[in-house]
Structure formats: structure tokens, C-alpha cells
Design a binder for this molecule. Structure first.
Ligand code: BJW
Length: 251
């Protein structure tokens, strides 16, 4: 029996009921159509270095100036970008379904700017900073939307030391509260993983755990990821188009 794309999308859409528990994991691919480069795609290298080489506390300790150049450049890029159709569809779902959770690995803040409710920022926010020395006078982190900083590394207003971006680097743990709420959200009816290469853990592990707990698991990506083989429904295509199509099938 040949199943058409329309039939597949209609079947998926029928799972979206008013009381469905819907959990979405997003990655850099969701912001690609807004013009924010992904990490492992075109434009992902910064001065020939990979995120695994720049996004570590060790790299920052060695050369905070270089790491801040990267973040300053990314802040400038993101500040000029707008949420795209993928962010918009997810924002509407978050407002429509009371049991909706969005776990994002993205630090750009575009989901929040689109109006998404119940966002868990798994890898922090590029718009937050904290004192590198964690000085006693400073709060754990604070918002600073300067783009770009004229002086880098920026200074801690509390102790005069340097500040670091409020993001999660390799070798660092996920905020325990964010981790707990993310794990709780894996008890869901539908789990969608969208625009992530699914190679960075523990985020990628959430996909497998959702499946183990019985969720209907869906992937939306322009490429096949290591997670695809174990998912119920891998959908190949750009998130901004596929989400739009799914939404049209939801009654
Ligand atoms: C589209 C599209 C369109 C494009 N539509 N799709 C288990 C196994 C192996 C290793 C580990 C493990 N557990 C832990 C590790 C180590 C490590 C790790 O995972 N390493 C692997 C790389 C090998 N993990 C860690 O270190 C984590 N910490 C940790 O485990 O701590 C332990 C600990 C516990 C307690 C105390 C102390 C320590 C932390 C990981 C932090 C990752 N941080 C970064 C940087 C964040 C800050 C910043 O942004 O500056 O997060 S790295 C980078 O990768 C960023 C992203 O969030 C993350 C994932 O990338 P993402 O979003 O998937 O992007 P891409 O570029 O990879 O993929 C884009 C996708 O979009 C592609 O698939 C495209 O096809 C697709 N696409 N256009 C749909 N239009």
C-alpha cells in the first residue's frame, strides 16, 4: 500500500488533541531560515575553528578575547534576525495546547521573541552573562543585550573581573532545574525533535528517553540524523515548511 505524504501528515495531525502532551526539542536548524548559521553546517566554523574547540571553559580560560569575539559576532548576527515560520507555528501550538513544552538547545532567544510559552533553555542564553570568577557580589547571571560590546571581554560591574556568556559549554552540566523539567516533559504523547543533528548529549538522549517512555516520536530535519532510525516518523524537509504543512492538517 502506498501512503501519501498527505496521509502521513493527516495521521500525525490527528494526534494533536486539546489535552495532548506535546514536547518539542529544537536545535540550530530551526533558526537557519532566520539567517542564523548552524554549528555543523555551512558557516558553522568561526575562523576555521569548530564549536567543540571554542565552546569550552578551557578555551575561554586560555583566550577569553577570542571566545568573546565569536560571541560578539553571533550577538550582532542574531540581533538583526527575526523568528521564522517554524518559530511562529511552535509559538501558536504553545498557546493552543496547555500541556506543551519546548526544550531548546538554541541560545538565540528567537522562540521567546515569537511568543512561545513554556520554553526550557537547555543550553542557556546568549543574552545573559555571569562573572567568570563567580564573585560574591554578583547575581548568578544577568541579562545584557549589548550587541556588540565595544570592549571585550566585557567587565563584571560588581568586581571588575571579566564576564562570560550565560551558555552551557562542553564539559559543563545542564542547569539542574532545567534538566528536571525537561525530563518531566518526556512523559508526553508526541515528541518532536526539530532541526538538531542529535549528536550533542545530554540533549540527544532526551529523544531516546521520550521514545522509551512511550511517546510518538517525530523528527523534522533536512538530513538524516543518528536518531532517525529509532524514531516513529522521520520527516525530511525544512522545519519552516514541514511545520506549516502539519499545522494545516490540524483541525
Ligand atoms: C535543519 C534546517 C532547516 C538545518 N530545517 N533542519 C554521551 C556520549 C558522547 C559524548 C557525551 C555524552 N554525554 C556528554 C558528552 C560530552 C559532550 C558531547 O555531547 N559531546 C559530543 C559532541 C561528542 N556533552 C557535553 O559536554 C555537555 N555536558 C555534559 O555532558 O556535562 C556532563 C557534566 C555533568 C555534571 C557536571 C559537569 C558536567 C554539554 C554540551 C553543551 C553544548 N553546547 C553547545 C554550545 C552552546 C552555547 C552556544 O551556542 O554558544 O550547544 S555546542 C552546540 O551544539 C550548541 C548546540 O545547542 C549543540 C547542538 O547543535 P544543534 O543545535 O544540533 O546544531 P547542528 O549545527 O549540529 O545541527 C543543525 C541541524 O539542523 C542539522 O541536522 C541540519 O541538517 C538541520 N537543519 N537547516 C530543519 N531549515
Amino acid at each position: 500500500m502506498i501512503t501519501s505524504v498527505s496521509e502521513i501528515l493527516a495521521e500525525l495531525a490527528s494526534r494533536f488533541r486539546p489535552d495532548s502532551r506535546i514536547t518539542v526539542l529544537t536545535g540550530a536548524g530551526v533558526s537557519a531560515a532566520s539567517g542564523v548559521p548552524t554549528f555543523r553546517g555551512p558557516g558553522g566554523l568561526y575562523k576555521n575553528r569548530r564549536v567543540e574547540q571554542i565552546g569550552t571553559p578551557e578555551a575561554f580560560g586560555r583566550d577569553p578575547q577570542f571566545v568573546w569575539e565569536w560571541y560578539n559576532w553571533r550577538r550582532e548576527v542574531i540581533a538583526t534576525k527575526q523568528p521564522n515560520r517554524a518559530h511562529e507555528v511552535l509559538a501558536r501550538w504553545s498557546q493552543r495546547y496547555p500541556r506543551f513544552t519546548l526544550i531548546t538547545q538554541n541560545v538565540d532567544g528567537l522562540h521567546e521573541r515569537a511568543g512561545t510559552q513554556n520554553v526550557l533553555r537547555f543550553h542557556g542564553s546568549i543574552w545573559e552573562v555571569l562573572c567568570w570568577e563567580r564573585c560574591k557580589q554578583s547575581p548568578p547571571r544577568w541579562r545584557d543585550e549589548t550587541a556588540p560590546f565595544t570592549e571585550i571581554p566585557p567587565r563584571c560591574p560588581y568586581c571588575g573581573g571579566i564576564v562570560r556568556p550565560g551558555v552551557v559549554w562542553f564539559g559543563e552540566g545542564i542547569d539542574p532545574e532545567v534538566m528536571k523539567r525537561s525530563m518531566d516533559a518526556l512523559d508526553c504523547d508526541i515528541f518532536l525533535t526539530i532541526g538538531t543533528s542529535a549528536v550533542v548529549y545530554p540533549a540527544a538522549g532526551l529523544i531516546h528517553e521520550a521514545k522509551t517512555r512511550g511517546a510518538f516520536t517525530v523528527e523534522i530535519n533536512i538530513e538524516t540524523t543518528p536518531a532517525a532510525a529509532s524514531l516513529d516518523l522521520p520527516l525530511e524537509g525544512p522545519a519552516e515548511e514541514v511545520l506549516d504543512h502539519i499545522e494545516r492538517f490540524i483541525l
